[in-house]
Design a protein around this ligand. Structure first.
Ligand SMILES: *Cc1c(COP(=O)(O)O)cnc(C)c1O
Length: 428
């Protein structure tokens, strides 16, 4: 018997049956893990290259005060991201509070009254609905208040972009077409970078001036290419997800064409000042070190997600994506089928955490949700979802969203404890 299995059985009271499920799943995943390691290795060298090219040194880890003119650390960090994502420019700041903020700056920086935007991957991520004005009160300052027209094209039943419908939706007023790479709180596959590229070519063949935008949250380092390498003009994401590597304390990034980044920077600070000002508050070291670690961290999280998918699939549960599917985000959805199942699984995840492991997660009424939501997370950085977490609204068909894990071993113990909690309640 493996030393670890003996320890898990004797010290942590894990049922040997669960370890046999896990070992079996790991064996089945061997080849896929190898394929993933290849992508990770590539991305590690890509990040390393961007750091070296920009001659990152100790001086870039310090910061200045006041207006923040000529902050070498800030300017170099932004150039590293621009080089990494093969874009002309980037904004990477701790004062961007999350992914929603980065996306909101992108939209509001570029769009003008009378413009039309189209989301071609169905409904956008929940928090963007108020930004756009799909939800929320008139007068709050959404895009809709400023006369921006929103249109949505649903995905086809097989989860791919409906290019035909998109083509019919585009008009002369269409300024921007947006794609969301990750699943969000849905039951759909994530968008591959190649598919995003095909969509870009299609839209540009209709009108090359249309700006292609990507919500890249949760997608960084899943592939050897990022959306900006296949025709996306501007993309945004969060530093407390993949590219922060678990080390960035906060922040977001926006990368894209120089003229677009300029407009977005005018929204970030003021027209005229743009990205010439703004402090980094000593965060450049953790942002850059986190970026350096990110490919490996994403690798661990992704292997954990694949393990979770395989085990539950073997046990007869519905999972999305399937354990063999190509992935373009780190999220694993599992249809647990009962509220008890969701709660037990989340309790197990919480019990596996390095922080707040003693806490019991309970479903609660969260603003913006119609059903109680359960969330298990014990993170070094609050709300960081590159760290292990499991959550979901407690409603039929009782889907739990599992993501993150700074190391594979940690993600794996999460799955083990989640299964153990379900087994103890007779739910497996
Ligand atoms: C996480 C996420 C966001 C932004 O969420 P924040 O919590 O604001 O960082 C946006 N879109 C998608 C698809 C996401 O997964």
């Amino acid at each position: 018997m493996k030393k670890t299995d003996k320890f898990l059985i004797e010290e942590l009271n894990i049922d040997p049956k669960i370890l046999s499920y896990i070992n079996e799943a790991e064996k089945q995943l061997e080849e896929q893990f190898k394929t993933l390691d290849d992508v990770t290795e590539f991305n590690q060298y890509k990040v390393l290259g961007a750091l070296q090219k920009n001659r990152v040194s100790d001086k870039h880890f310090s910061w200045n005060t006041g207006y923040g003119y000529n902050d070498a650390g800030r300017e170099t960090t932004e150039q590293v991201f621009a080089d990494l994502f093969k874009t002309e420019d980037a904004i990477v700041r701790p004062i961007i509070v999350n992914g929603t903020h980065a996306l909101s700056l992108t939209l509001t920086g570029i769009l003008r009254p009378g413009d039309e935007i189209i989301y071609c991957t169905g409904k956008p991520y929940d928090t963007l609905e108020q930004v756009i004005g799909i939800k929320g009160k008139a007068g709050d300052g959404s895009l809709k208040d400023f006369g921006v027209v929103y249109k949505q094209v649903e995905l086809k039943p097989d989860g791919t972009i409906d290019l035909e419908a998109l083509g019919k939706t585009i008009t002369e007023k269409t300024k921007m077409v947006c794609m969301q790479r990750a699943t969000g709180y849905g039951w759909r596959k994530s968008m591959s970078v190649d598919e995003m590229g095909e969509c870009c070519s299609f839209v540009k063949s209709i009108n090359p001036d249309i700006i292609m935008m990507a919500d890249n949250c949760y997608g960084e380092f899943l592939d050897v290419k990022e959306p900006t390498e296949v025709g996306v003009d501007v993309m945004a994401g969060s530093l407390i997800k993949n590219p922060g590597g678990g080390l960035a304390l906060t922040g977001g990034y926006i990368a894209g064409k120089a003229d677009l980044i300029k407009l977005i920077s005018y929204r970030l600070t003021t027209v005229g000042i743009g990205k010439e000002c703004g402090l980094t508050f000593g965060q450049t070291r953790t942002m850059l070190q986190g970026l350096f670690m990110a490919p490996k961290v994403v690798n661990g999280a992704l292997k954990g997600a694949m393990l979770c998918a395989k085990v539950f699939e073997n046990l007869g549960f519905d999972v999305c994506p399937g354990s063999e599917d190509v992935r373009s985000d780190i999220i694993q959805c599992v249809k647990l089928g009962t509220a008890e199942g969701m709660i037990a699984f989340c309790e197990g995840i919480q019990a596996a955490a390095p922080v707040d492991a003693y806490v019991t997660p309970v479903p609660w009424d969260m603003p913006g949700y119609d059903d109680p939501v359960i969330m298990a997370a014990g993170a070094f950085v609050q709300g960081s979802s590159i760290e292990l977490s499991a959550d979901g609204p407690v409603r039929e068909p009782y889907i739990v969203y599992f993501q993150g894990g700074l190391t594979y071993e940690y993600s794996k113990i999460g799955v083990i404890k989640g299964l153990q909690a379900m087994l103890e309640k007779g739910l497996l």
